[in-house]
Design a protein around this ligand. Structure first.
Ligand code: SF4
Length: 368
């Protein structure tokens, strides 16, 4: 790995967060030579392909389409459905993410040392479903803690304490940083667990913590050990959902059209629906009201999704032919309306405030 140059990659999912991250990094760190890629299942909405082409214009670079299968006339997804005898993926059997997202990504990077930028936001509490290949290091620029969980454990665990102290000693030169050194020296314990120490060090000085981590990575096989310096060490911004929408709008790239809410009527009342995430149009992670949105707003795609159920496998516990029975559609809309009445945020043109309890469900590869 030492002889290979370090690559910087950013996966575009078609969702808002990865798109905003690409824009943000181009603006704040133009010196990073980032390769953009998109793992194409062939089953995305047109809005996703539109977003990708607008992003290419903004970035001035091609976004590489990475396909799981290149030697078949069928889309990658269809190829694997046939290979699995019509067995559809589900939240408990997610062969699609593995076959269509993770494995193609791993083939794309090969054994090269790679820094992978991931758009998990500062207001989310998750790591995402990301590659754990040793030659890939994930970095999270929207969070105050840009480091992955494994890196944090490596630098804050008890056996690393002498090296952490040494790293801080090399960086902390003034008296005002005495408190910081004292914090670094405090071992983690039951009364001072790792998360508390991490937050205390970040509160005290985020940039210094980043520099201490970077120094400690030098003696490891992490890809960033190969870098002389790293642009994101000075990053102490935290970006949340509102920032993401702002970045997309201000750049001119805009927000993917499927987020925009549309009015529906049920029993003389008006509600709103939209789609809350990128990914395949038939994704089993979508909520019932999103299936109704697909049925009414992209009927041809809904019918295609139904066609996949012809072998008896279904996308969820309820078949799509049952879901579109008029009484069932009415009930789903009434349920959605009741939820919206509880959580309504009238100034927003997006429905994410209503759908947000589902937003973190799923995988980083498909939805960020
Ligand atoms: S978007 Fe959904 S269906 Fe498509 S690959 Fe991802 S998890 Fe699977």
């Amino acid at each position: 790995m030492e002889n290979k140059p370090l690559r910087h990659v950013l996966g575009i999912s078609g969702g808002k967060d990865s798109a905003a991250l690409a824009i943000y990094l181009k603006k704040t760190h133009p010196e990073l030579d980032i390769e953009y890629y998109f793992c194409d299942t062939g089953k995305e909405l047109d809005e996703t392909y539109n977003l990708i082409s607008k992003l290419e214009n903004y970035l001035g670079k091609k976004i590489t389409h990475v396909n799981a299968i290149t030697d078949s006339p069928e889309d990658s997804f269809d190829h694997f459905v046939q290979a699995y005898g019509g067995y559809l993926p589900s939240s408990s059997a997610r062969w699609c993410t593995k076959k269509l997202k993770l494995e193609p990504f791993e083939a794309f990077i090969g054994d090269d040392p790679v820094v992978s930028y991931v758009g998990i936001r500062g207001d989310e509490d998750r790591e995402g479903y990301i590659s754990h290949k040793p030659n890939v290091q994930s970095v999270f620029p929207f969070r105050r803690n840009i480091w992955s969980e494994d890196v944090v454990q490596k630098v804050l665990n008890a056996s690393a304490l002498p090296r952490l102290i040494k790293a801080y000693e090399g960086l902390v030169q003034t008296d005002k940083h005495a408190r910081l050194l004292q914090l670094a020296q405090t071992p983690i314990s039951r009364s001072f667990p790792q998360t508390q120490k991490l937050n205390a060090l970040l509160d005290a000085d985020t940039v210094l913590f980043n520099k201490a981590v970077f120094t400690m990575l030098r003696d490891t096989t992490y890809p960033l050990a190969l870098a002389e310096d790293f642009a994101l060490l000075n990053n102490d911004e935290v970006l949340v959902r509102d920032d993401i929408f702002r970045i997309l709008r201000e750049s001119g790239v805009g927000v993917p059209a499927y987020y925009e809410k549309i009015v529906f009527e049920v029993d003389g009342e008006q509600g709103e629906y939209a789609r809350s995430r990128s990914g395949c149009y038939f994704c089993f992670f979508q909520q019932k009201i999103e299936w109704v949105w697909l049925y009414e707003q992209h009927n041809e795609l809904f019918l295609k999704a139904m066609d996949y159920e012809r072998d008896g496998y279904t996308w969820m516990e309820e078949s799509l032919s049952d879901l579109i029975k008029p009484d069932r559609v009415r009930q789903i809309k009434l349920d959605a309306l009741a939820k919206q009445k509880n959580k309504k945020t009238p100034e927003s043109i997006y429905l994410l405030d209503i759908l947000d309890d589902e937003e973190e469900v799923g995988c980083a590869s498909c939805f960020i």
